[in-house]
Design a binder for this molecule. Structure first.
Ligand code: NAG
Ligand code: NAG
Ligand code: NAG
Ligand code: NAG
Ligand code: NAG
Ligand code: NAG
Length: 334
């Protein structure tokens, strides 16, 4: 009996382990407390253990908690008085990307409007991440109508030689990178494309680059992020989902599990819609120092009832663990 169970369990585990990545997806961590809106999250754990979550809209909203599972409290905004970047959307900041450098928190953010290429990536800096402490340094990089890219969804990473690079984009020709000066405020190279989906109009955006072991992993969100309306959902699979590719360099080329270059529509699926989770994306990873685990952070639209089954007004926080043992990120329950 025990032996039979053991074999059955082993076969089940084997079946799970050999399923294509993304064949099954674990449920996100249940979140306690009242609803809070999250889109394109960035999650940082401060030295004292407190969690700071940042979101698109609300002038780059700041939401904090003492436990990952919540309750989470909206405490303010990075830029309550708008960005100094003189572009439309300066009062509706997108996709803040927060990380610690030399004892200060750097928030790269995007100023744009839906469907526009007149966009700017800006930078605000704080010592504590608390509301009221952010100083806006304004524009770092911009795009204008006719460029191959759109200056949105920034992510700062440090390459294999210790040099800062910014991944961003896009819609249009998808994901690009530029080099930054050591002060992180000045762009020092022209944009280089690192991911492209030739079967557009399916857009790629929300890239971020994460070092694990010998590789840099680039995650992207592909598909439609928002604006879901009851009887007009995109064809199944064309809503947001998360792909990954990896490279020995932070500059790429990033290849998927089958060896396909992400510049040629490559990408291994990490997370797609399942159960109550629709259009997951805007992903980032952070290493939780309390539980000593890498945590996969994203937003998703939960299935709710009328008038539309998926309404991005209710975009929610998704948290999962990551199993890196295969050399590729496989999501787990937390
Ligand atoms: C922020 O921008 C909005 C829209 O342009 C404007 O109504 C508001 O007065 C601005 N706030 C500040 C503090 O400038
Ligand atoms: C950007 O990348 C860095 C390091 O690779 C990571 O710590 C951070 O969470 C990322 N942020 C976002 C918003 O993707
Ligand atoms: C926003 O502007 C008001 C009025 O000028 C000022 O009192 C406040 O300190 C500003 N807030 C920030 C975070 O800069
Ligand atoms: C954006 O960049 C272009 C040149 O690439 C420049 O002419 C324009 O003034 C910039 N816009 C802003 C708001 O800085
Ligand atoms: C590329 O676009 C196609 C068609 O829109 C979509 O099915 C596919 O998932 C996308 N792949 C990536 C890696 O973005
Ligand atoms: C989404 O929900 C909000 C708040 O309940 C509602 O005002 C809006 O009409 C809904 N949108 C759709 C497309 O159902």
């Amino acid at each position: 009996m025990r032996r039979t169970n053991f074999i059955a369990t082993s076969i089940a585990c084997l079946a799970l382990a050999t399923l294509p990545v993304g064949g099954v997806f674990p449920e996100p961590l249940p979140i306690k407390g009242p609803f809070f809106f999250v889109h394109d999250p960035s999650l940082v754990q401060r030295e004292d253990g407190k969690y700071f979550l940042f979101t698109t809209h609300d002038k780059a909203g700041i939401i904090t908690a003492n436990q990952l599972e919540g309750p989470w409290t909206e405490v303010g905004s990075i830029l309550p008085n708008n960005s100094t970047i003189q572009l439309p959307g300066r009062d509706d900041i997108w996709a803040p990307d927060v990380s610690l450098h030399d004892g200060e928190y750097y928030a790269f953010y995007a100023v744009s409007t839906f469907g526009s290429q007149d966009s700017g990536i800006g930078l605000a800096i704080s010592k504590t991440m608390e509301p009221g402490t952010w100083v806006d340094h304004g524009l770092v990089f911009n795009s204008t109508t006719g460029d191959a890219f759109n200056a949105i969804d920034p992510n700062l990473s440090i390459d294999e030689r210790g040099n800062p690079i910014l991944s961003f984009g896009s819609f249009w020709d998808d994901i690009f990178q530029v080099s930054l000066a050591p002060n992180l405020k000045v762009v020092t190279s022209t944009p280089v494309q690192v991911s492209f989906n030739s079967t557009s109009p399916n857009p790629e955006e929300g890239a971020f680059v994460w070092k694990h072991g010998d590789f840099f992993y680039m995650f992207i969100s592909s598909g439609l992020c928002c604006g879901f309306v009851a009887d007009d959902l995109p064809p199944a699979g064309n809503e947001y989902k998360v792909f990954v590719g990896r490279s020995q360099s932070a500059h790429g080329p990033f290849l998927d599990r089958s060896g396909r270059d992400m510049r040629e529509t490559g990408g291994t699926l990490v997370l797609g819609s399942h159960g109550n989770v629709y259009a997951p994306g805007g992903q980032v990873i952070f290493t939780d120092k309390q539980i000593n685990k890498d945590v996969f952070v994203y937003h998703y639209v939960p299935a709710i009832d009328s008038p539309s089954p998926f309404n991005d007004t209710f975009s929610s926080l998704g948290l999962n663990g990551i199993d890196w043992s295969s050399g590729w990120p496989v999501l787990t329950e937390l």
